[in-house]
Design a protein around this ligand. Structure first.
Ligand SMILES: [Mg+2]
Length: 238
C-alpha cells in the first residue's frame, strides 16, 4: 500500500543539462520573436513559463500567455531535437547516486516517486529520459511547469493526481519534495509537505543551510541514509 509520495525536482537534483537546457530558450525566442535575449537570466527553481515570461519582459515584449506558449512549444521542439542530435546526452550528466536511489525506492511498495518540476512535461520527460530515469518514476501523477507557472501550486496538483489516477489519498505530511533551490523549499512549505534540499545545483551547502529545510544533504549518493530519511518513519507505524 502506498503511504509515501516523493516529489523530485529535475534540474540540479536528478540531472544537470549544462548549457543545453538554457540554450533552448535562446533558440526558441529567436524563432518566435526574431532575436535572442541580450543576457541569460537566472533560471534555478523557476518554472519554464516563468523563465519565458521573464525573458520577454527583459526584451521589452508583452509576456502574454499566447506568446509564452508559442515560445515554450518551440523550446520543447529544440530540446527534443538536441536529444536526437546527441547534444543533450553529451552536455548533461546525472547527479550522484540518483539511479541507485530511484531504483531502490521503486522496489518499496509503500513508496511512489514522481516529479514536481518547473519543466513543462515534455521537457522533463526528455531530460530524465536521457538517463532512463522514467522507468522508476510514476510520471502521470507528477506536476509540471505546464500545469502552473507558479511552482507553489504544483505539490497539491501531484497529491490530487495520486488520488485521481492511483486512487490513493495521502496527506501533505506523507510527502516530501526533494530539490536544490530555495524555490523547492518554498513550494514544499506552501503545501505543508517536508523538504530535502541537496547541494548539487547552483546553491552550495552554505547557501542552503540557513533556509531551514527539514533535511539537507550534499548529494543523494548515500542511498541508505537517503532512504532512511525519506521512509524510515514508515516502519514505526505499520
Ligand atoms: Mg532544480
Amino acid at each position: 500500500m502506498i503511504r509515501r509520495l516523493l516529489l523530485f525536482d529535475v534540474d540540479g537534483t536528478l540531472v544537470h543539462t549544462g548549457g543545453v537546457g538554457a540554450a533552448i530558450f535562446d533558440a526558441a525566442l529567436e524563432s518566435v520573436v526574431g532575436r535572442r535575449p541580450a543576457a541569460r537570466i537566472r533560471m534555478s527553481g523557476k518554472t519554464d513559463p516563468q523563465i519565458v515570461a521573464e525573458y520577454l519582459r527583459q526584451m521589452g515584449l508583452p509576456g502574454g500567455s499566447d506568446l509564452v506558449g508559442a515560445v515554450l512549444d518551440v523550446a520543447a521542439q529544440e530540446l527534443a531535437a538536441a536529444a536526437v542530435r546527441g547534444e543533450l546526452a553529451a552536455g548533461s550528466s546525472v547527479c550522484p547516486g540518483v539511479e541507485t536511489l530511484l531504483s531502490v525506492l521503486a522496489g518499496d511498495p509503500r513508496v511512489v516517486s514522481t516529479l514536481v518540476t518547473g519543466n513543462i512535461a515534455p521537457n522533463a520527460l526528455i531530460k530524465i529520459g536521457a538517463y532512463g530515469l522514467e522507468r522508476w518514476l510514476d510520471l502521470p501523477i507528477g506536476a509540471y511547469g505546464s500545469d502552473a507557472a507558479d511552482r507553489n501550486l504544483l505539490v497539491p496538483i501531484a497529491l490530487g493526481r495520486l488520488q485521481a489516477v492511483r486512487g490513493v489519498h495521502l496527506e501533505p505530511p506523507d510527502a516530501w519534495v526533494i530539490g536544490d533551490t530555495p524555490r523547492d523549499l518554498e513550494c514544499a512549505r506552501a503545501a505543508g509537505v517536508r523538504c530535502l534540499l541537496v547541494a548539487t545545483g547552483r546553491y552550495d551547502l552554505a547557501a542552503l543551510t540557513s533556509l531551514g529545510a527539514d533535511a539537507l544533504l550534499f548529494d543523494l549518493s548515500d542511498t541508505d541514509a537517503v532512504v532512511s530519511l525519506l521512509t524510515g518513519d514508515l516502519a514505526e507505524c505499520p
